[in-house]
Each structure stands twice: as structure tokens, then as C-alpha cells.
Design a protein around this ligand. Sequence first.
Ligand code: ACO
Length: 429
Amino acid sequence: MGHNTISITDNRTGAQYEVPITDGTIRATDLKQIKTSPDDFGLMTYDPAFLNTASCRSSITYIDGDKGILRYRGYPIDQLAENCSFLEVCYLILNGELPNQSQLEEWIRLVKRRTMLHETSKKFLEGFRYDAHPMTMLISCVAALSSVYPEARHVHDAANRKKQITRLIAKMPTITAYCYRHHFGLPYIYPDNDLSFTENFMNMMWKMLEPKYVANPILARALDVLFILHADHEQNCSTNTMRAVGSSQADPYVSVAAAAAALSGPLHGGANEEVLHMLSEIGSKDNIPAYIKSVKDGHGKLMGFGHRVYKNYDPRARIIKQTADEVFSVTGLNPKLEIAKELERIALEDEYFVKRKLYPNVDFYSGIIYEAMGFRPSLFTVLFAIPRVVGWLAQWQEMITDPEQKIARPRQIYTGSDERNFVPMTQRA
Ligand code: ACO
């Protein structure tokens, strides 16, 4: 019997099986041979919500949730956040290596070439009511870009994929800024290629009548860091959606739209907006104990707390706390920060949260910073989607080029009725 195997005895039949273990996993299809009779389908695994199932091999992002480790392509997140620009990290995530100077310059040039929206694409956004949620507008607009770039459906053409990936990364800030300006009826501001990725975004968001908008460099850098922190997070809900939709060979625009839809939920990227609503509802530090009691009594969740993978402090939340200090040195303190810090202190000492290993996640502090910078809460999840599109696209590309991958199609355990005969309407109860 080999060392890297597991022996299974089927107590229903007494039959024995030896199943190989590779990379700490067994293949679910290896269990199919375990049958009680020749016409038995074979043993399956049952794993609702993928609690213990690896769906792919990936070399992009490594997380050790117990130790609070996050690395992109092997580089610790804190080193990347300290030393890189967001576009440099994009290159790393997409290509596997950090760019040299000329590679970076060429990559930035390619992104800048594609920041503009086709004039007709602006009309997609104009059809929305002024108070439409920006995340809904983003999802719809990205899906509609599929009609502008029909060649994107050739997903097995590597050069074509690269072009669409660059387009999507470049256009996300433009779409976001246009969603924002549509709400206020402000004229759209065209991208400015003299500016960095985040400065250009801030320019498209906030430029008014001044001849040249000048972004505060500390805030532009803080936004760059926040984008780095959100760029990828391995097989989370939205990335899994991207891979599942992309596995049908749907084009990257509609696949990204689906991933963004998954991100919008309050248990995922939508949590950053919910945190702000929660902090407003709490209102003052005095109300925290009562709020925590109500959460423990089962009335809602502490938004921005808990994570499927991290059972330790989310390393991104730690970096965000440092970034917050820099932002507040420019904007002045956001009073919600005091409530958030006190909420965290009390929760981390509370047996309920300690026992369940519930720590602040990336969304707990990000909204407070975004609000201080001047972003409205309804835009927070869109701000998450701008950088996460890089992770989605890198994971999509990895999936497309992985010979082991096929269309994603899970099994089920059927719990419905056995076969029965049709009952005419007149005889139904
Ligand atoms: N507040 C209070 N209790 C919580 C919280 C929370 N934020 N999160 C989990 N719990 C409790 C659960 O009720 C459960 O308790 P029980 O064992 O008594 O039933 C236990 O902790 C385990 O939680 P699960 O829901 O099983 O954990 P799961 O891995 O399925 O969910 C999730 C992870 C969705 C992130 C959850 O912690 C949550 O809803 N958090 C709040 C929303 C949030 O901040 N989401 C952002 C996550 S980060 C991101 O997606 C970018």
C-alpha cells in the first residue's frame, strides 16, 4: 500500500479501495468506483457551499486563513502594498512575475489606451434612473460591453483575451465615475492620460469647473493601496462565479458581469456598504454593547466581521488600518472610526466572537476610508469591483488554459418525489 494513498473500506459491501492522495486531496471522481452494485452510480461527495472542496489548481493567490497570510504569486500582500503601484500588481497577477521597467511602461500605455468608453456605451448608463444603485449600473454596463466587442467571444485566442482583459481593467474606473456623475446629472469627464490610474479615476469622479483637477497624492496613493488589497482573493464567491460562467465559454464581459453580481451581495463585497449603515445605526460608542448583544441574540450579523477562510486577523484589514491613518491626516477623522475601533475591541474580547474565530475582514475599515475620501456608501462595492476585475480575469484566463477544466457542472442529491402519474386539474386537491 502506497504512502500517498488512502484505504477505504465500504462497510455496505466489505469491498476495499485504495485512492491516491495528491496535494492533500483525493479526486472526487476516484470515489465513483465505490459501488454497491454494477448499476449503482457510485459514491459522490456532498459539499454544499464548497466548505472542503478544491475546484481548481491555481498559482495566483495563496491564503493561509489560520495564520492570516495572503500572497499574490508568492509575494506577501504587505510588501506589495508598500512597494508597488496597482497596475504593477495587476501585471504580476496576470502574468505571474513583476514587470521590469519597460514591461511596466508598456502595460501602463496599453491600459491608458483603453480607458475611454465608446460614446454609445454612455447611453447604456443614461437609461438608468438617477437613483439606480451604481452596482446595478456597473453590472449592466459591463454586460452590455459584450455587444460593443463581439470578438470577445473568441475566448481561446490568447491575443484577443489579452485585449479584452486590458479593456476591462481600463474601463472599470470610467464606468464607475460615469455611474456616479449620472446620479448628480454632472457631465462626464473623459479620461486624462497624463494621470496615474487612481488620479485619473479621481479626476473623472470629482473634476468640476477647475481647468485641471489635482488629486491629493496621499489620497491617490491610499486608493492605489486599497486597490492592491482587493485585487484577488483566490476562490471566493465572485471568482467562483467568474470561473463557472466562463467555463461555458461565455465571453469575459458577461462573465465579469456575473462575477460582479455575486460580489454585490451583502455577505460578500456588499458588506462594505452594510458596515457603514451599521455604524450609522449604532450612532455612538454607548450603543455598542446593546448592538453586540442583539447580534449575539441572532438579530443580524456584525457586518465586516467573519470570513470563510480567515480564522485569524484578515491581513488586508491590518494594512487598511494603517492606510486609514494616512487618509485621515488629510481629510480629518471620520467619527465612525472611533465607533468601529471600539466595536472591534469589544467584539475581539467577547466569547461569542472569540469562540467562532470572527475577526474584522477587509470590509470592516475600507468603507470608513472611502467615506472620508468623499465616496458615497452606494459606491463602495463598485470600488471593490474595480480592482477585483483583475483577479477575476486572471482566474478566468487560468481556467480557460487549464486542460483539466471543463464546463462547471456539479451533481446533486435528488430529494424530490419518486416517479408519479400526471393528475388532471379536475382531480387535484
Ligand atoms: N456576526 C455574527 N456572527 C457571525 C458572523 C458575523 N459577522 N459571521 C459568522 N458568524 C457566526 C455564524 O452565525 C455561525 O454561528 P453558529 O456556529 O452559532 O451558527 C458562525 O459564526 C460561523 O459562521 P458561518 O456563517 O458558518 O461562516 P461562513 O464561512 O459560512 O460565512 C461570512 C462567512 C459570510 C463572511 C460570514 O462571516 C458573514 O456573513 N459575515 C458578515 C458579512 C461580511 O462581512 N462579509 C464580507 C466577507 S469578506 C468578503 O467577501 C470580501
